[in-house]
Ligand binder design. Sequence first.
Ligand code: NAD
Ligand code: IPM
Ligand code: MN
Length: 364
Amino acid sequence: MTKTLLILPGDGIGPEVMAEVRKVIDWFNARGQDFEVSEDLVGGCAYDKHGTPLHDDTMARAQEVDAVLLGAVGGPKYDALDFSVKPERGLLRLRKEMDLYANLRPAQCFDALADFSSLKKDVVAGLDIMIIRELTSGVYFGEPRGIINEGNERVGINTQRYTESEIERVARSGFEMARKRSNKLCSMEKANVMESGVLWREVVQKIGDTAYPDVELSHMYADAGAMQLTRWPKQFDVIVTDNLFGDLLSDLAAMLTGSLGMLPSASLGAPMANGRPKALYEPVHGSAPDIAGQGKANPIACILSFAMALRYSFDMGAEADRLEAAINTVLAQGLRTADLIGEEGRAPVSTSEMGDAIVAALDA
Ligand code: NAD
Ligand code: IPM
Ligand code: MN
């Protein structure tokens, strides 16, 4: 059956890492799969062409396909733009209008990189945790928002807001994920200082008590959670948290795995008519303007995001395993993009050399 993919490479290193994903897709298509790929603009490049970071036609197309793959958006060229047309708004619109409320951000430490994390090897070796970030609400979208004049100064306003049903549906995603893994869920908020955190904790506890009594549920303040993630991350299995805390904690988790260039994500919504969830897959990292255009970007986060697409959109778990194993193989062989090289002074491979090596390892 045809599987439709909309690829949105975006800005900066987005197109560079996405070119390597295309090689992987070609490899699968050459072996009997039927991925039908279309490509479009998002972010700064869409603004340059259309005056908006996401054209309505692109938005409509995203709603129709089986899965969207996105590279990255943003860059210094667009920093001075009005907020309403910033590249990041294109991505936020996709997430909101597709209602992708559950953002899965797994942090897995590949064996070959256990030495490379900024933390001690025994702290990160074998690490495999899953952060589920609520993605369509909270302070990212709450009203009122804006910059207003008050007396003789300006005030910047954002509103943290969560409804019970928004908390409930992402909590359920957390519990379901816990059941598929080690049956342990930790929910993070700041119920000590925020009413939205009080409600978050109450709702998660209630869902746990009533629908998932078999899952071991704990609660942690998000600041303490950040500390515990660096102290002993292996105490966690699945973490569920809000939009902003999830953004911060997943960047932190990236460094447990060695590099932001290693962290994939899946943003999932409700099932479509065909039973597949609405889905967008993207690396956790951004457009990395400091290294864009130099062939230095690590394509692994983006390739791992495609592996998540195989797993969550196409029921191709065995193929996802195979792709992850190929990445493990090339890392074990010692191939490293520049972000994965510390003081040891070995020569880095380029973005495309890394992609080629992963495709070659798929054949092995
Ligand atoms: P960033 O993730 O782009 O970069 C942070 C650091 O990590 C940089 O030093 C960069 O070189 C490095 N890095 C990131 N990805 C890498 C990779 N694949 N390989 C090697 N090194 C990598 O974050 P930033 O610098 O804070 O943001 C830059 C722009 O990207 C901003 O406009 C921001 O809004 C945007 N952004 C977009 C997304 C997204 O599209 N999902 C995510 C985060 C940031
Ligand atoms: C991420 C990014 C985005 C976010 C930006 C680019 C909108 O940091 O995906 O983690 O803050 O969610
Ligand atoms: Mn982020």
